[in-house]
Design a protein around this ligand. Structure first.
Ligand SMILES: [Zn+2]
Length: 569
């Protein structure tokens, strides 16, 4: 078949944004933070759950304890200690207007630790987010500042490393600062998806690779509707690891014209959740595959787009064959190319657009306006821009099993993403006044497992904010958390131990407070959320002879547990 490429005969509304040149960043100002070969477990802008990855994840040979060295002069400007997220995190501000950030650390250097400990003891709280006064903790290039770990939400030992602009606080791809990471492998293209105005006609086309060339597995001319957009399942590979890394840049050319482009140079934290409209969210929820859409929804405010024409929607007004080309690049410039062709389906009936019935129970919610939906059992309030596109709200209610204190409320579906949280109030069954504070909203998942959503009792309703649609009901939580010593027992010697470990768990609403006292004095217990673990490193607070250890744990419905043991040192 002879390919006939016709240049720019598309019906285009030329609303393209101009291509922005990439900013120049100081090269080699920052030396590598680790003195081991740099292999990445994660790239900047990688598509994560509800966020774009804000830094790079540097592998640490599957172990903890590598020294982290200051990449340039500066001062510690923030120390954050959290049972979740980045765990132990350090922020260093440099004189050139950038801030480097280190996450999931096992520990800080002695000077930083001493500064932090003093405040932890003063405030009697392990978790801290400290703005450190300028020049209180000065750092020289090459100083050891911390050791690598696996704290917070980390799923394996590594260093999370970020470079942020000091003024805007926007993270920037650290690999644009001259950090050398060996990667000569091409990004992988798995498949493409054609999106149509009538979702039921969306189609997936698998991609194959031969001799570094990517082509469609099917014949390479696709018959498409007059108006369509595209998505691509693609990822980068680095070194001999087969895990999927994020790409750096995606371009789509229509008849050799640049039609769409995004690059992961920088973004702001408040736009990170737009990941849910950058990808084809319903397919991701159903299958886990992330198609990066090369079309842009009305409520999508991501700043990573350099160029987009007609919001990425391609319109064909002739019956000629047109060429489409995807260029997928990693940050080292390795580029995978996929070329295929499209031709308008001349037989296809034009879809009438207003075939959706509007009924009383179905309410149109605009993405850019505040709105609400209320019945006598439920109140849902949408702030403006909670959605990426207008939706016809689906809502169903039904009787729930006896253990619930409300009806079931199914709101929209799990395939529609929310950008901002919306307010949900659910009418509860009548309970004694003393139990009102023990009620909470829960989300019931398809497998019948339950997630706590919290909430506050107010005039017969429980009210909370939710970040996802789904099925909701009210439960009662009167069960106290469980406190279980792991490596010691009551009235036993602990003189051979360096640390005390305690597992703390809660059945439903989740742990909200924990504290520990040795001989009536507060002691620092580090809390590791993902392992439900409290750890006390035995120090001078434990005296020779008998000691009383008291641990208090409270869940978010104020159910309190207490453990008291006698320990002999
Ligand atoms: Zn990370």
């Amino acid at each position: 078949m002879i390919k006939k490429i016709v240049y720019i005969t598309l019906l285009l509304l030329l609303q393209g944004t101009t291509t922005m040149a990439q900013k120049q960043y100081p090269l080699n100002y920052f030396s590598p933070p680790l003195h081991i070969p740099l292999y990445l477990a994660g790239t900047f802008g990688e598509l994560r759950s509800n966020h774009l990855h804000s830094g790079i994840d540097i592998r640490t040979q599957e172990k903890e304890g590598f020294m982290v060295y200051a990449p340039a002069n500066g001062y510690v400007s923030r120390i954050k200690v959290s049972a979740w997220g980045f765990g132990n995190a350090l922020y260093i501000t440099h004189p050139n207007g950038y801030v480097t950030v280190y996450g999931h650390l096992k520990a800080f250097n002695p000077a930083i630790t001493a500064y932090l400990r003093k405040i932890q003891y003063e405030k009697e709280n392990f978790e801290q987010d400290l703005a450190v006064p300028r020049n209180k903790l000065r750092i020289k290039k090459g100083d050891s500042i911390a050791i690598t770990g696996n704290t917070g939400g980390s799923e394996g030992p590594h260093l999370h490393y970020e470079i942020r602009d000091e003024k805007t606080e926007k993270p920037i791809n650290p690999l644009l600062f001259g950090l050398k990471v060996e990667d000569s492998l091409l990004p992988v293209i798995q498949s493409i998806k054609i999106f149509t105005l009538n979702m039921s006609e969306d189609k997936v086309y698998e991609v194959k690779k031969k001799d570094k060339i990517f082509t469609l597995k099917s014949k390479d001319t696709l018959i498409v509707p007059a108006k369509f957009s595209l998505g691509i399942a693609t990822y980068d590979v680095i070194g001999n690891s087969t895990s999927k890394k994020g790409i750096y840049q995606l371009e789509l050319y229509v008849d050799t014209m640049l039609f769409y482009k995004h690059s992961l140079e920088t973004f702001s934290f408040n736009e990170s959740r737009y990941i849910n409209c950058l990808i084809d969210y319903p397919t991701y929820v159903k299958t886990g595959v992330k198609y990066q859409k090369t079309s842009i929804l009305p409520g999508n405010k991501l700043s990573i787009y350099n160029n987009s024409i007609n919001k990425g929607w391609i319109e064909l007004n002739d019956s000629l064959v047109h060429s489409l080309k995807y260029d997928v690049l990693d940050v080292n410039g390795n580029c995978s190319e996929l070329v295929f062709y499209v031709k308008k389906d001349t037989l296809m009936q034009k879809m009438p657009l207003s075939t959706i019935p509007l009924t009383d129970s179905n309410l149109m919610i605009s993405y850019n306006k505040a709105d609400s939906f209320c019945t006598e059992d439920v109140k849902i309030i949408f702030p403006a821009h909670a959605l990426y596109d207008d939706i016809l709200l689906k809502y169903y209610t039904s009787a729930a099993p006896e253990k619930y204190y409300s009806k079931y409320h199914e709101i929209q579906d799990v395939y529609t993403p929310l950008h901002k949280s919306i307010s949900l109030a659910v009418r509860t069954d009548t309970v004694a006044d003393s139990l009102q504070s023990k009620l909470l909203i829960v989300r019931i998942k398809d497998d019948n497992s339950i997630d706590a959503e919290g909430g506050k009792f107010e005039n017969g309703f429980i009210k909370t904010n939710i970040n996802n649609f789904g099925k909701f009901a009210v439960l009662l939580d009167t069960i106290v958390p469980v406190i279980k010593p792991l490596n010691f027992k009551d009235k036993k010697k602990v003189s051979n131990l360096k640390i005390l470990e305690i597992k703390i768990t809660d059945n439903l609403s989740g742990i909200s407070k924990y504290s520990a006292y040795l001989n009536e004095k507060w002691i620092l217990m580090e809390y590791d959320g993902k392992n439900s673990l409290l750890t006390y490193t035995i120090d001078e607070m434990m005296q020779a002879g008998n000691n009383q250890l008291k641990v208090l744990v409270e869940d978010s419905r104020q159910n309190r547990s207490e453990l008291i043991v006698e320990l002999e040192k």
